[in-house]
Design a protein around this ligand. Sequence first.
Ligand code: HEC
Length: 110
Amino acid sequence: MLSSISVSSADDHKVIEEAMKGGFKGDTSLAKLASTGKASKEDIAKLKAYCESLVKAKPPVGDYASWKTKTEALVKAVVDLESGAADAPKAFEKAANCKACHEVHKPKKK
Ligand code: HEC
């Protein structure tokens, strides 16, 4: 694998993959529940842990400043969800824009 230009490690990949599979992927994902206002306290706590793990991971592509902005926005949105802010689900949905992040930070399939 041509990984010499990438700054992220196998661990970062694992952390991101776990967060995507455990928190973001699918119609009943934690992220989906959060953005539709249906997440329980436990769902939100799990989602928060995933989002915090993302901030610390390095993205496989794209620069870290951009990644940090996106992932910190996710954490902030989850904190607002925790406090029950009325506009928090919408704000989370916006922060969790799959395509916007994948376009910049997810490796293209070869
Ligand atoms: C903050 C950025 C970010 C957001 C937001 C994001 N993703 Fe991802 N996602 C990534 C990155 C980066 C990868 C690639 C990880 C790697 O290959 O190391 C990825 C990979 C994935 C994968 C593949 C995981 C695997 O099996 O390897 C799935 C599925 C996925 N994302 C789903 C989603 C969905 C659905 C959403 C929106 C609800 C979403 N993601 C939002 C950054 C993000």
